[in-house]
Write a protein that binds this ligand. Structure first.
Ligand SMILES: [Zn+2]
Length: 419
């Protein structure tokens, strides 16, 4: 087999023929020609036989590495006059518009970015993290299900920090599919209003339930824009507040202890994770620390018991009426606890009692919502290095959205503009 024919098979770039292969010390450059005569606009499906002109320089794309060498694809492209987009360089079937990488390369990078940390990805594929962000955005534009807002009945709204310094994304989740279907930068009423504007009044009217945290910003938007939806409060947000309250009590106790018994205080500080973790997730050493805390008793132990008993209320094994009863009993107990953070929390829960119980009644799967929430948080921490909210959102969509990521060897379908 001739070298050019071998590279035709090896690269599998649809719609092209390899003309020349040149080997350099650290790179292989493969010159290809497009097989099709028609010119296709890179941004729409307009095609024409009429050539505006030919570019005076070659276009290049990085493709998947070959052995230890980088592989660069080179082609001389023509330009066409698209009625909608003006004079543009023609689109190629093997790369996304405006990209310096082939689809196969970008698909691989997107797949890796959802599974590996930042330094592993950048070191393996030898591109900057910012470039990974730009690739994620292009893959999402290309692959996100366009009908993802069509059949929404029960949704969740949540905010997540994508960067230090209070930079947030608002995310909308389809509870039925367990996927993130929409997102935007910001976390106020106007941010969520943008989602409802995109959804439109007809689809918003079909929403039966919207779950959210207890913040007023989202509640305001939901109440105004989803008239038929029952507003629910996700129980895991309630449990999260109890964990925060416990942490406050723990800090107060530790501060007092430090004054009277510094050695004991030092041990107590290390107990933080023991108190905040679920008891069934503790290591045997942590479980021993927990037993010591129990013997020690006092405010921290009472706070721990309150947090754990609230978590059990929402464990998912109770009927709605049992949950109601236990939640009310918990609020009464917390109000009497003389632990100020828990007294405040009891007040917050009473205020949102209706919404919290609606989530139980409608059977919004709390464990699944929480699992997705944790996954989103893990992914956005990885996105901290991105400079744009769009890139962070793209990474969330790749990992948690309605999109199918395929690796180059899994590509079976015929790509757009191929042939
Ligand atoms: Zn066009």
């Amino acid at each position: 087999m001739r070298v050019t024919a071998a590279f035709n098979r090896l690269l599998a770039l649809s719609g092209t023929t390899v003309r020349e292969v040149s080997f350099e010390p650290a790179q292989i450059t493969v010159t290809v020609a497009l097989r099709r005569r028609r010119l296709v606009c890179a941004d729409c499906c307009y095609s024409s036989r009429a050539r505006y002109d030919t570019r005076i320089v070659d276009s290049t794309w990085r493709h998947l590495d070959l052995g230890r060498l980088r592989l660069v694809v080179k082609a001389r492209l023509r330009r066409l006059a698209c009625p909608a987009h003006g004079v543009r360089t023609e689109g190629v079937p093997f790369a996304r518009p405006e990209s310096g990488f082939t689809r196969d390369f970008e698909d691989l990078v997107a797949w890796l970015a959802t599974r590996m940390d930042k330094s592993a990805v950048t070191r393996l594929v030898r591109i900057a993290w910012q470039t990974v962000g730009a690739i994620c955005q292009r893959v999402v534009v290309d692959g996100l299900d366009h009908h993802r807002l069509d059949e929404l009945f029960e949704i969740g709204v949540d905010e997540v920090a994508w960067r230090k310094g209070h930079r947030y994304l608002t995310l909308v989740t389809d509870h039925r599919s367990g996927k993130v279907v929409w997102g935007a930068e910001g976390k106020d009423t106007a941010t969520l209003d943008r989602f409802f504007a995109e959804l439109g009044a007809a689809r918003a009217a079909r929403l039966a339930a919207v779950s959210t945290d207890m913040g007023p910003a989202f509640l305001k938007s939901v109440t105004a824009k989803a008239p038929n939806a029952t507003v629910c409060i996700d129980p895991f947000h309630v449990v999260k507040l109890a964990t925060d309250a416990l942490d406050q009590v723990r800090r107060q106790v530790w501060k007092q202890l430090r004054k009277i018994d510094p050695a004991q205080a030092k041990r107590f500080k290390g107990a933080r994770w023991v108190l905040l973790k679920r008891p069934d997730c503790l290591t045997s050493e942590q479980a021993a620390t927990l037993r010591r805390l129990r013997r020690h008793g006092g405010a921290a132990w009472r706070a721990y018991q309150l947090k754990e008993s609230l978590r059990e209320v929402f464990a998912g094994d109770l009927t709605p009426s049992e949950t109601t009863q236990l939640l009310d009993r918990w609020c009464a107990k917390a109000s009497r606890s003389r632990l100020e953070p828990f007294v405040t929390l009891a007040g917050t829960i009473r205020k949102h009692r209706h919404g919290i119980l609606a989530a139980i009644r409608l059977g919004v799967n709390n464990a699944r919502v929480e699992a997705l929430n944790n996954k989103v948080r893990l992914i956005t921490r990885r996105a901290y290095g991105f400079h744009s909210a769009h890139a962070a959102l793209a990474l969330v969509m790749l990992a948690c959205g309605p999109i199918t990521l395929r690796l180059p060897h899994q590509q079976t379908h015929v790509r757009p503009h191929s042939g």
